[in-house]
Design a protein around this ligand. Structure first.
Ligand SMILES: *Cc1c(COP(=O)(O)O)cnc(C)c1O
Length: 398
C-alpha cells in the first residue's frame, strides 16, 4: 500500500479512534496475570466500570467482542425454550435475534421499520397479555448502530413495572456506553451488554456485562449450558481483581487509561459533547438537503448519523470516493439499508475540528461523486459548533 501522509479519519461508528494516551498505556510488557500487581489493575478497572455503567453491582469483563457479551447475557440467565421479547430496531437487533433463535429461545420479535426506536407501549401490551408470565426477558438495543436511532430505556422499564411483569430487562449498550447517558441501576436494567471499541475508545477485544441481583438469581435456575461465559466463574476471582483464565492484560491497561480520561473530562461533559457533535452533523445533512434515516427527533443518536442517499446514488460508491480521495472511512449501510445509507460516526475520542474535517470530507466527497447536494453543510455545522445556531436537541439533553 502506498504511504498516505497525515492522519487517517476513522469515522465509522466503531471501532472508534483510539486516543494516543490509550495506545501508550497498552504499549507495556505483558504482566503475570496471576501475580500481585495484576490484582490491583483488575480491581481498578472493575470499579471504574461500575462508575461508567452507573451501577453498584458487578460488572464482568470478557476477552471477547460485543457478540460474545450478548451470548453471555443469554446463557447466564435463560433456558432453551424460554419466551423473550425483542424489537427489530435494525441490523444489530436482527443479529441478536438470530443468536437468540440459535440458542433455542422462543422469540417474539416486534417488527420495526429501522427508522424509529423501541415503542414501549407495544412492549407493555405484550407483557399485559402474558398473564402466565411466560415471557422471561425483554431485550432491546439502546443505540442501534446500523440506523443512528437511540431508544429511550426508562419507558421500557416503566412498561415492565406498569404491567407488573417479572421479566428480565436486557439492554445492548455496545455503541452507547461512554457516549450516551446510561444508568444500569437507576433504570432497573438486569443485564447491560457493552464492548471496548466504541464509546470506550479502546481497540476491539473486551466484552462487558453489568449484572443485577435479579439476573444473578435467574442464573441459579437457568438451564443453558455455559462454561467460558459463566458469570460465577468470573465473579469469584474478580473479588480480588483476578480472572479465571488469561484476561486481555494489555487491553486492561488501556481500559484503565480510558476510564481515567472519561472521568477527567467528566461523564456529563462527555455526553454533552456527543449531543453537540450530533446536532452539528444533522445541521450539515439538512443544509446538504439529505435525509436522516432516523425519523423521530427524540431518538436521534448522539453517536452516529445515518445519511440516506438520493435515489439512483449508491452510498458505497460515495464511501469509496471519500476513502480514495480524502483517506476517510465512513460506515457502510448494513443489512437491508446496504447501498442506501452511509453512516458518520461522531463518537469517542473526538473534538470540534475532527468533526469539521469529517463534515468537509463528506461534502467534498458528495461533490466528487456527483451526488446532488447544496454545498452548505460545512458552514451549517460550524454555525452549530460556534453557537450561532441551535438545532433541536430534543429529549437527548434531558
Ligand atoms: C458493534 C455492535 C455489536 C457487535 O459487536 P462486536 O464487537 O462486533 O461483536 C452489537 N450491537 C451493537 C449495537 C453494535 O454497535
Amino acid at each position: 500500500m502506498a504511504h498516505k501522509s497525515g492522519r487517517h479519519f476513522l469515522q465509522i461508528p466503531g471501532p472508534s479512534n483510539v486516543p494516543d494516551r490509550v495506545l501508550r498505556a497498552i504499549d507495556m510488557p505483558t504482566m503475570d496475570h496471576r501475580g500481585p500487581d495484576f490484582g490491583k489493575l483488575g480491581r481498578i478497572v472493575l470499579e471504574g466500570c461500575q462508575r461508567v455503567f452507573q451501577t453498584s453491582g458487578p460488572v464482568v469483563i470478557f476477552p471477547g467482542s460485543g457478540t460474545g457479551a450478548w451470548e453471555a447475557a443469554i446463557v447466564n440467565t435463560l433456558s432453551a425454550g424460554d419466551r423473550v421479547v425483542m424489537v427489530e430496531t435494525g441490523q444489530f437487533a436482527s443479529l441478536w435475534h438470530a443468536m437468540a433463535k440459535r440458542l433455542k429461545l422462543d422469540v417474539d420479535l416486534i417488527p420495526g421499520d429501522w427508522r424509529h426506536g423501541v415503542d414501549a407501549a407495544v412492549i407493555e401490551e405484550k407483557l399485559r397479555a402474558d398473564t402466565t408470565h411466560a415471557i422471561k426477558a425483554v431485550m432491546v438495543v439502546h443505540n442501534e448502530t446500523s440506523t443512528g436511532v437511540t431508544s429511550r430505556i426508562p419507558p421500557v422499564r416503566e412498561a415492565l413495572d406498569r404491567a407488573g411483569h417479572p421479566a428480565l430487562l436486557m439492554v445492548d449498550t455496545i455503541s452507547s456506553l461512554g457516549s450516551v447517558d446510561y444508568k444500569h441501576e437507576a433504570w432497573g436494567v438486569d443485564v447491560t451488554i457493552a464492548c471496548s471499541q466504541k464509546g470506550l475508545m479502546l481497540p476491539p477485544g473486551l466484552g462487558f456485562n453489568a449484572i443485577s441481583q435479579k439476573a444473578l438469581e435467574a442464573g441459579k435456575t437457568s438451564g443453558m449450558p455455559r462454561s467460558y461465559w459463566d458469570w460465577q466463574e468470573m465473579l469469584a476471582p474478580n473479588a480480588t481483581g483476578f480472572f479465571p483464565y488469561t484476561p486481555s492484560t494489555n487491553l486492561l491497561y488501556g481500559l484503565r487509561e480510558a476510564l481515567a480520561m472519561l472521568e477527567e473530562e467528566g461523564l456529563d461533559n462527555v455526553f454533552a459533547r456527543h449531543i453537540r457533535h450530533a446536532a452539528a452533523t444533522r445541521a450539515a445533512l439538512q443544509a446538504w438537503g439529505l435525509e436522516n434515516l432516523c425519523l423521530d427527533p427524540r431518538d436521534y443518536s448522539p453517536v452516529l448519523t445515518a445519511v440516506m442517499m438520493p435515489d439512483g446514488h449508491d452510498a458505497d460508491t460515495l464511501r469509496q470516493v471519500v476513502l480514495d480521495k480524502y483517506d476517510m472511512s465512513l460506515g457502510t449501510g448494513l443489512g437491508k439499508v446496504k447501498g442506501k445509507v452511509f453512516r458518520i460516526g461522531h463518537l469517542g475520542d473526538f473534538n470540534d475540528l475532527m468533526l469539521m474535517g469529517t463534515i468537509a470530507g463528506v461534502e467534498m466527497g458528495l461533490h466528487a461523486a456527483g451526488v446532488p447536494h447544496r454545498q452548505a453543510g460545512v458552514a451549517a455545522a460550524m454555525d452549530v459548533l460556534a453557537g450561532r445556531r441551535t438545532v433541536g436537541q430534543a429529549a437527548k439533553a434531558a
